[in-house]
Design a protein around this ligand. Structure first.
Ligand SMILES: [Cu+2]
Length: 160
């Protein structure tokens, strides 16, 4: 009888400890060390996202580096993607003497980014919802009147 009472008490204590644990939040997810992902926006003579399939996980901070090594301006546009993420900031960066220098920083909801030839931008974000979107595209129009998307500059983003 006494033994039974003791075990009931310990279960009650254990339950109280477990109930208290979820009250501790994970903290500021946007202050993690970022996972770097590089996407090239075209290359001379080719309109494409390289790679054109991107995969992210919810709750992790990413630094998506958008590099444009081509001779045309390019957009990174995906309305669906912007609905699944929290943007911490976007930075315009430049290589100077082998170092990456930040020229400007933007905060708030970002819808799309255009990167000019030879330049780079960084999109820092935390995915907050899962999903698969196929609306990644570049809407810049070429000399032939067709958009880069029509030339194949489209892509897919999966958030797990
Ligand atoms: Cu383009």
């Amino acid at each position: 009888m006494r033994k039974l009472r003791a075990s009931r008490l310990s279960i009650a204590v254990l339950a109280a400890v477990c109930a208290a644990a979820p009250a501790e939040a994970a903290g500021d997810l946007s202050k993690q060390t970022p996972i770097e992902v590089v996407v090239e926006l075209g290359k001379p003579g080719t309109h494409a996202f390289l790679p054109n399939k991107l995969r992210f996980e919810t709750g992790k901070l990413y630094k998506l580096v958008l590099k444009n090594p081509s001779t045309d301006p390019h957009y990174f546009t995906s309305h669906g993607f912007t609905q699944l993420i929290y943007t911490r900031k976007v930075q315009v960066t430049q290589e100077r003497n082998g170092k990456t220098v930040t020229l400007a920083e933007f905060k708030g909801a970002i819808r799309e980014i255009e990167v000019y030839p030879g330049q780079s931008a960084e999109w820092w974000f935390v995915p907050v919802a899962t999903g698969r979107v196929t609306d990644l595209r570049c809407g810049v129009a070429g000399k032939d009147g067709k958009s880069h998307a029509e030339h194949g500059m489209v892509g897919e983003i999966v958030i797990e």
